[in-house]
Design a protein around this ligand. Structure first.
Ligand SMILES: Cc1cc2nc3c(=O)[nH]c(=O)nc-3n(C[C@H](O)[C@H](O)[C@H](O)COP(=O)(O)O)c2cc1C
Length: 389
């Protein structure tokens, strides 16, 4: 394939060749995928959401064994409350105060009983779940006081060049990162939060549209990106949500973004650390096969649809706040795993899922995105001549 130059301001800021960033997907964006994307000229980002400091240190060192190119680490800064309020109660904010030690006793009866009824409905075994949970180690309160501080210390000690926050505002840490020469990226789903993280000193803002896989907001990418670009100008913005090929990258550049933050397209890559059964469900999915649900974490998350999501949504039982809902549903998903019913588990993926049919190497996915975008941009003046009068 002929090599195209597709250089934006992002490439200078991050020291990369192409303006394509691997989304820091927790449990998915691990060393092999991160290194593959960075080696191919993009920026790989480790999804370290639930990784404690030592696991994270090991992961960073494994990336360095595979590449000497820049890469980053993504964590979730605390935004959870200290009690498990039902969704819609207006609660859920909070800080590093985190989870009380008796959190398991605090899970309300209606949700626990409904989860037990789901186990019976799906004929799942009666097994005690292990912890850590899928979305956070609640035992020992690692999502509580000091957890993100310990992750950040590791990032600084290991001299990782880029920090990304997938939830929350990195402002309290920006000075430290700046002093250490670490670039800061923050993910947002609306203009208000874009302004907040930009004012807080974030170097690059990711505008993530509602079609994205994983935790997602309410505003579509096409509407969100230009509004965020205008709100935080001249700060650089990345477009995220529904970007699967070079058409998506070219469109993002037209909307004023300086690059793209790509999740689902790399989630189905060969190197992604994700279960093959779950990857196949994504590859089999159409653009209509995802649902936004709070069932797995307590926050709105786009997943491949399954009967467990449907049963909870139809029941009308309110979900709990993050991350208590994860503890309630873990009783069901752990039993489902034991019974070989992986399809009932969390499988975050975006509406772009319908575009992918096979697992491919990450470097091919990245090369195709860049090549196609460059071709479109070169061809555009001939295809769509601007008329001057
Ligand atoms: C499996 C999966 C896990 C994710 N985990 C995280 C995470 O831990 N931190 C984060 O910032 N974003 C996470 N996201 C969201 C991505 O960062 C990204 O915004 C999203 O995938 C972009 O939309 P797309 O999937 O349409 O490309 C996750 C997305 C998926 C699909």
């Amino acid at each position: 394939m002929a090599k195209h130059a597709l250089h934006t301001k992002l490439c200078d800021i991050l020291g990369i060749e192409y303006p394509v960033v691997l989304a820091g997907m927790g449990g998915v964006s691990r060393h092999k995928l991160v290194a593959a994307v960075s080696e191919a000229g993009g920026l790989g980002i480790v999804g370290a959401a639930t990784m404690g400091p030592e696991e994270l240190r090991e992961e960073i060192r494994k990336v360095r064994e595979l590449t000497d190119k820049p890469f980053g680490v993504d964590i979730l800064l605390p935004t959870m409350g200290a009690t498990p309020q039902a969704s819609g109660s207006g609660a859920g904010g909070g800080g590093e105060g985190g989870i009380p030690r008796n959190w398991r006793d605090m899970l309300p009866a209606p949700q626990r009983e409904f989860a037990a009824s789901l186990r019976r409905k799906f004929d799942l075994p009666d097994v005690e779940p292990d912890f850590p949970t899928a979305s956070g180690r609640l035992e020992g309160t690692p999502f509580g006081p000091g957890f993100s501080r310990s992750q950040i210390d590791t990032i600084l000690e290991e001299k990782v060049p880029v920090f990304a926050s997938g939830l929350g505002n990195p402002e309290p840490y920006v000075e430290e990162f700046r002093a250490a020469g670490v670039k800061v990226i923050a993910l947002v789903g609306n203009v208000k939060n874009a302004r907040r993280v930009a004012d807080g000193g974030t170097d690059v803002v990711v505008a993530q549209g509602a079609e994205a896989g994983g935790h997602t907001g309410r505003v579509g990418t096409m509407a969100l990106v230009p509004q965020v670009v205008d709100a935080v100008a001249p700060k650089p913005v990345l477009a995220a949500g529904g970007i699967g090929d070079g058409r998506g990258l070219a469109a993002a550049l037209c909307l004023g973004a300086v690059g793209v933050w790509v999740g689902t397209a790399f989630l189905v890559s060969k190197e992604a650390a994700w279960d093959d059964v779950l990857k196949q469900r994504i590859l089999d999915a159409s653009e209509e096969d995802t649902r936004v649900t709070r069932i797995y974490s307590g926050k709105t998350m786009r997943n491949i649809k399954n009967p467990l999501i449907e049963a909870w949504e139809e029941s009308g039982v309110p979900t709990l706040s993050f991350p208590f809902q994860a503890a309630v549903i873990r009783d069901v998903t752990f039993a489902a795993e034991k019974a070989g019913r992986k399809e009932l588990g969390m499988n975050p993926a975006g509406q772009i899922s319908g575009m992918f049919n096979e697992q491919r190497p990450a470097k091919d996915i990245l090369a195709e995105i860049v090549e196609q975008a460059a071709e479109i941009i070169q061809r555009l003046p001939a295809d769509v001549p601007a008329v001057t009068s």
